[in-house]
Design a protein. Structure first.
Ligand code: FE2
Length: 269
């Protein structure tokens, strides 16, 4: 654990495993704006997931306005702030209680969000539903040069029907460069089986022999789920989380019981 000081006071920095960082404000009543944006952005790039505890949550409009200090806020049809709650008869798996496979946010919009912000208004402890982040920079770093060579030729077309606030078709190269840190990242979303998920996502792999495509998709999913690359965030009411949407892919564990969890999310381009 380390501490940092700013004009607003002293914050405790507690490392998470295998990556991520909790920044705790001892008094329990700090404001996120007490910490300069460039400092928070640096910590986010270093740790990829930043969990702020002991900070006041923001009103909905205030939350969007705060995120605007970081860059352009993505506007979805429902608005800039998306309420994530579990519904009984959802149209989309994001609002159901099952697992959510790995993806990056904003795949089906024009620009890839660089950061996403969450605040947790309600949480039910001990019923699963953890948000799982996988560090693609670490997965790339650990791959040997032959594998990196294969990956460098791959691009993937993802297709999904628009059910809620996103949908369409996009093609992305598997390997990209992080615009802020310059390190290689993997852009990968797990295909969603129509028999299991309410809004299937198809993935067509280009750049390798067609017969190898299924094997590639399965092996990439297996690799990104390895415990050494994954941090599972168990939500507590009052958490504010900032995550690097370009270095990471994320998903969610299934819930094991009823939950009143309520998260709000904003994406910054
Ligand atoms: Fe997501």
């Amino acid at each position: 654990m380390t501490t940092s000081r700013s004009s607003a006071g002293t914050f405790r920095h507690i490392p998470l495993r295998p990556f991520g960082r909790v920044v705790e404000a001892p008094g329990g009543d700090a404001r996120i704006s007490d910490i300069p944006v460039d400092e928070l952005a640096r910590w986010t790039h270093e740790s990829r997931v930043l969990v702020l505890r002991g900070f006041r949550l923001l009103e909905t409009q205030e939350f969007a306005d705060y995120c605007r200090l970081w860059g352009e806020v993505l506007k979805w049809e429902p608005g800039e702030v998306i309420d994530l709650v579990v519904e009984e008869n959802p149209r989309n798996y994001l609002f159901a209680d099952g697992d959510v496979p790995f993806h990056w946010d904003g795949a089906f919009v024009e620009a890839d969000p660089r950061y996403f912000f969450f605040q947790c208004l309600e949480a039910t402890p001990g019923v699963g539903g953890e948000t799982v982040f996988s560090d693609t920079t670490a997965a790339y770093r650990d791959a040997d040069s032959d594998l990196r060579d294969v990956w460098s030729r791959i691009s993937i077309t993802y297709t999904t029907e628009k059910m809620v606030h996103y949908g369409g078709e996009i093609t992305e190269r598997l390997v990209a460069q992080h615009p802020s840190t310059g390190v290689p990242v993997l852009r990968f979303a797990e295909p969603l089986d129509p028999a299991v998920y309410k809004n299937p996502v198809q993935a067509a792999v280009h750049g390798i022999d067609g017969a190898m495509a299924e094997e590639f998709l399965a092996s990439m999913a297996e690799r990104l789920h390895r415990p050494e690359y994954c941090y599972a965030h168990d939500w507590r009411k009052g958490d504010i989380v900032i995550a690097d949407n370009i270095a990471l892919v994320h998903g969610r564990n299934a819930f094991s019981g009823p939950t009143n969890r309520h998260l709000q999310r904003v994406e910054v381009i």
